[in-house]
Design a protein around this ligand. Sequence first.
Ligand SMILES: Cc1cc2nc3c(=O)[nH]c(=O)nc-3n(C[C@H](O)[C@H](O)[C@H](O)COP(=O)(O)O)c2cc1C
Ligand SMILES: O=C(O)C(=O)c1ccccc1
Length: 379
Amino acid sequence: MEEKPVVASMSNEIILSIEDLQKEGSKKLPAFKREFFNSGSTGQITVHENSTAYLKYRLRTRVLRDVSKADTSTIVLGKKISFPLCVSPAGIQAMAHPDGELATSRACAKRGINMGVSSYSNYSIEEVIQAGKEVGDMAHVMQLYTMKDRAMEERIIKRAEAAGCKAIFLTADSPVLGVRYNEWRNDFRTPDGLGFPMIERTTKQIMAQTHDSGFMAFNSDSHSWDDDIPWIRSRTKMEIWIKGVLTAEDVLLAREYGCEGVIVSNHGGRQLDGTVATIDALPECVEAANGKIRVHVDGGIRTGADIFKAIALGAECCWIGRPVIWGLAYDGQNGVEKCLDILYDEFRRCMMLTGCMKVSDISKASLGIVRADGPLARL
Ligand SMILES: Cc1cc2nc3c(=O)[nH]c(=O)nc-3n(C[C@H](O)[C@H](O)[C@H](O)COP(=O)(O)O)c2cc1C
Ligand SMILES: O=C(O)C(=O)c1ccccc1
């Protein structure tokens, strides 16, 4: 007879962490897709550091507090969400699972969080919003690049507004594609049969792009604060947020140009390798915002404690890109729900174990930093 293990396993679930989801989700993808989704640019330094930069912070716990009614909810983009996390816009989600952005939208609606939709989505903004509506209440935002074809850019804005999007996230870090060895080595092309309804292109037309420019062939590299922000503002009542900000200087410009918020982001390390990790750029951006515009952050967030640390450093909310892709690849909508459930549970436990009753209790006092040979330093 087979010997029973001494400690019975808690469950048969093999996905307990985002790391597990990365491993199992990635396994389901052929190499060219896996590398496209998971890689960063050039030496992969920033994609790595986005996550490891969180490790230097230590949690300062407060004990003997009644956390029985800990409330993780918060209000973002006018919606009460279940915890301070939203899903970053990421293109070609149907390459991870046939249901693509529809599955992501349903999972977000079911779990009560907001979603960004890429201009390079495989389902239209109308379809993505409708899919979410059938499940629950949430906010969608439309991600936009400054485009060479301004008439098309305007059509994206108008469609997004008519469909009910709350905001435009203007991705400002991509006038040109980053150095992506994986895409060049694999001669990366989007698989046959996928549509790109927001940029009004078929896969055939996309595939015709060279690898110097890739998707960014449609993006304008002559963009500027002056030419683009007032232009967008005059075409929509939606909020305008700048995605891809890493410096206090650009936060001040976003304020000057009347933007509602910034996403502190380096595009998940996919554009310029060697930029600052986003959690390390966050403090100067929060200081420059001075409470006048909202500051959110994405890049490398893989645990509930990472979310907690970003909130402690002044972000209103965090966003995740790849973890959702891994969830999609693993099991479509179910996989994305699993991803959100893992992060929710970890974040809630982190709040309770640090003695925080509500999200607004999380502050600089919740963190310390260990410097070489020193005791824990307060922030
Ligand atoms: C496969 C993939 C596609 C992406 N597509 C877009 C996009 O279309 N527009 C955009 O602004 N950002 C895009 N991003 C960047 C994400 O919005 C986000 O900034 C980044 O993924 C966050 O880092 P993380 O993946 O470490 O969480 C993409 C990221 C990935 C991984
Ligand atoms: O690869 C990316 O980072 C990205 O932004 C993108 C843009 C268009 C389609 C797919 C991904």
